[in-house]
Ligand binder design. Structure first.
Ligand SMILES: Cc1cc2nc3c(=O)[nH]c(=O)nc-3n(C[C@H](O)[C@H](O)[C@H](O)COP(=O)(O)OP(=O)(O)OC[C@H]3O[C@@H](n4cnc5c(N)ncnc54)[C@H](O)[C@@H]3O)c2cc1C
Length: 162
């Protein structure tokens, strides 16, 4: 099985899904490959800094993030044993003064859903999410049970994992 794309992105975390959204909007056909089933947990402090909110607005997920997130992050604190020091956080900008906290099972699934909807219907090859391993085929890799590898051809590939 061979599919050809303008770009292949490996990893559907925030970096990969954001890139997929912007490339699909620019008219690229994009394959977005992800090893794990979403939504998935990810170890993270889950803080979305206020400086990221303008980009999340552009990506089309700003309003949904604000709806799902906890309260605005207005203070920072450090604990040591029973002691605590805390201070107010400075407001970032008038439009986006405060950050938020949102679990990665929500944030990443939201961005992936937006990536898929950005590609669908615009190009012959919509943005896809496929199971893929760079090192070895898995039982869930399309085609591997029939003894052959799927091929995705592209002049551009992005490794999007930390
Ligand atoms: C303890 C901790 C706390 C943190 N707290 C914060 C915080 O509060 N706020 C903040 O902004 N950042 C925080 N970070 C950093 C944040 O987690 C990363 O910056 C962010 O996850 C990077 O996103 P990414 O899309 O580059 O990679 P990732 O989020 O790692 O996503 C990569 C994706 O690629 C997939 N993948 C990997 N290999 C393959 C493969 N071979 N084939 C297919 N798919 C593959 C993975 O399954 C994964 O879904 C924290 C990090 C840690 C470790």
């Amino acid at each position: 099985m061979t599919a050809t794309y303008d770009g292949i992105i490996i990893g559907a975390g925030p970096a990969g899904s954001s890139a997929a959204i912007l490339l699909a909007r620019a008219g690229w056909s994009v394959a977005l490959l992800e090893a794990k089933a979403f939504p998935r947990r990810k170890v993270c402090g889950e803080c979305i800094a206020a400086s990221n909110l303008p980009l999340l607005e552009v990506l089309g997920v700003g309003a949904e993030i604000r709806r799902r997130a906890g309260p605005e992050l207005r203070r920072v604190a450090l604990w040591r044993g029973g002691e605590r020091i805390s201070a107010p956080l400075p407001a970032h900008t008038d439009r986006h003064p405060w950050g938020y906290a949102l679990g990665r099972e929500s944030l990443d699934a939201l961005l992936l859903a937006r990536a898929r909807s950005s590609g669908a219907g615009r190009r012959a090859h919509p943005t896809e999410r496929r199971t893929c391993s760079l090192s070895r085929p898995t039982s869930s890799t399309p085609g591997s049970r029939r003894g052959f590898w799927p091929y995705w051809l592209s002049p551009a590939a992005m490794a999007a994992w930390s």
